[in-house]
Design a protein. Sequence first.
Length: 303
Amino acid sequence: MHVILRQVWSAVRPVTAQQRFLWWCGTLLLASGAVHAVVAAVDWAPWRGAVSWRKPAVFGMSFGVLSWSAVWVMRQLPARRWGWLPASLLGAGSVVEVTMITMQRWRGEASHFNQEAAFDSAVWSVMGSVVVLVAFAIALFLVWSLVRFQGTPAARIAVVAGLLAILVSGYIGFGMAEEGEAVVDATGRVPDTVVFGAEGSAKLAHAVGMHGLQVLGLLAIGLGLRLPPARTQVRLMALAAVGYGALYASVTATAYAGLPWTAPGGLPALLGLAGAAAVLAVSVIVARRLPLGVERRRADMMR
């Protein structure tokens, strides 16, 4: 296990100033998320609701792993000075977004959809603007990966599919913002949660898209620890990407249909099960071959 973790670290560790900036932004956010998870456990306050420790904890960890994942993406792109643009927008934007959310929780105010006071309205406006900049950074990374990617073909599939999923997740996020503001206009209070229709889990659809890059990226790194044939790696990665896309489509369609994710209905349920089975199958194959790939790499290094 130690050897495997070392190989994974060698694939994701930052080697340029841009990558180190993203890495430290991610580290700061993950540390903040972990601290607030501890605060939530000690405080015994409700985990759900418009004002809860869940938000600084979950958002910190989510944006933290996103920044770390962007380091892995940049490791496989050519070094360019203008790379500071997407790196800065993503890293700094993530820090600002989580800082706003964390500040509001410590103030005892809702961070999202809150326009009761001028300051709260300004915070919500800043958060919306920052998310647009983060989405723009993701779009830049996607175009860059399509044009000048230098990693393996399997990794390229993981990066493109993962970044596309994040952009779709961002679109869902803007839909959530519209729904939340509509509730505020209709009821005069910030909703505890946002649903599409009757019971559509907007949060789950948003989360599944946000973290596809991590799931597919880990599989790509695992496949990279193996020796060729590269064609097999591409096929496995393509299967995982299609599977994750099917699962994502199932969860998203169920949410927009206003149905709970536990009762998606016929076709979405089959699509989700097939997608989950494909990702699980590739994960099992990668996990079983990891020790062999590491041993072969070690043998090659000793020759």
